[in-house]
Write a protein that binds this ligand. Structure first.
Ligand code: PBG
Length: 329
């Protein structure tokens, strides 16, 4: 049996050309989805302090930003909205003139070929910051479903190609699919946040989206970080309810879940490299402790290696620039 010294694995690592030839995993621009935040007002481009290099955009400016994302070769954006007002019915979420609906129309008008995905949730629109309707201090699953479905439909009506329910209510994929099909939107894709954990890595996002819950936490609906089998049950149910793409979120601390979902299911798998994961790399590189491009590329490569087909990342635009300049491969 051949072994050292006949076998030398270093032979294939000797030059960049050789390493490039035998590289198993690559991050392609076509895999990336860039999150965008729509905010009220006019002429607003305001950097999000917890997500350096990412901005709140008013609807009049967001289309230009979407154009520049498309010009970089990134195929899709994931839209979040910060409404002007919040209430206890989350009405801004399903208002046909709501912040996300207006942003979708502006973007689709300017860059029709860019895939527009919308985050479907109520937390940004609820005065209490929970992802559903609160009854007697609890998030009521079944009452929330109707509002989630209505929100998804209003996004489809505005022109969204894909809706991404992130609320983690039971039965929401089925509720959305039947609402979309009943209203003529059978082409609208559902990317479900299927395995979404109750994670502390969402911290910077909650500041960016002003969506932190005002009481309690989200552990009665998001997954316990300790559970893997339960995540597979969540994915299985969403697949059965008609999800087209399933997502694992966060990504970096859940590589095992990505790998297991990839092995078990045949749908495209998306991984959400969330705000806290971005912040770790960003903050450490600002301190001079990490090389941002190299670390971001390594993180994104690890998600692909684990089995993700698609990656949602706040580093998407940077990654496009680094790939183009050859800074990362
Ligand atoms: C809304 C939502 C959240 C994120 C995406 N959609 C926050 C949460 O569930 O608490 C987090 C994204 C990120 O941290 O980058 N439900």
């Amino acid at each position: 049996m051949a072994s050292f010294p006949q076998i030398r694995l270093r032979r294939l690592r000797r030059t960049e050309a050789l390493r490039d030839m035998v590289r198993e995993t690559r991050v392609h621009l076509a895999d990336l989805i860039y999150p965008l935040f729509a905010a009220p007002g006019q002429g607003v481009k305001k950097e999000i302090s917890s997500l350096p290099g990412n901005y709140h955009w008013s609807p009049d400016l967001i289309a230009r930003e979407a154009e520049s994302v498309a010009e970089l070769g990134i195929p899709a954006v994931l839209l979040f909205g910060l409404p002007e007002e919040k209430d206890d019915a989350g009405s801004g979420a399903y208002d046909s003139q709501g912040i996300v609906q207006n942003a979708v129309r502006e973007i689709k008008k300017a860059v029709p070929e860019l895939v527009v995905i919308t985050d479907v949730c109520l937390c940004q629109y609820m005065d209490h910051g929970q992802c559903g309707v609160v009854v007697d201090g609890n998030v009521d699953n079944d009452r929330t479903l109707e509002l989630i479905a209505r929100t998804a439909r209003s996004h489809a009506e505005a022109g969204a190609d894909m809706v991404g329910p992130s609320d983690m209510m039971d039965g929401r994929v089925a509720a959305i699919r039947s609402e979309l099909d009943a209203t003529g939107f059978h082409e609208t894709i559902i990317m479900s946040y299927a395995a979404k954990y109750a994670s502390a890595f969402y911290g910077p996002f909650r500041e960016a989206a002003d969506s932190a819950p005002h009481f309690g936490d989200r552990r009665s609906y998001q997954l316990d970080p300790a559970n893997a089998r339960e995540a597979l049950r969540e994915v299985e149910l969403d697949v059965g309810e008609g999800a087209d793409i399933v997502m694992v979120k966060p990504a970096l601390a859940y590589l095992d879940i990505i790998a297991r979902v990839r092995r078990r299911f045949r749908l495209p798998v998306a991984a959400y490299n969330v705000s806290g994961e971005f912040a770790m790399v960003k903050a450490a590189s600002q301190k001079g402790w990490l090389d941002e491009a190299a670390c971001a590329a390594e993180v994104l490569t690890s998600l692909k290696r684990a089995g993700a087909d698609l990656i949602i990342t706040y580093h998407a635009k940077d990654m496009a620039a680094w790939l183009k300049s050859g800074k990362v491969t």
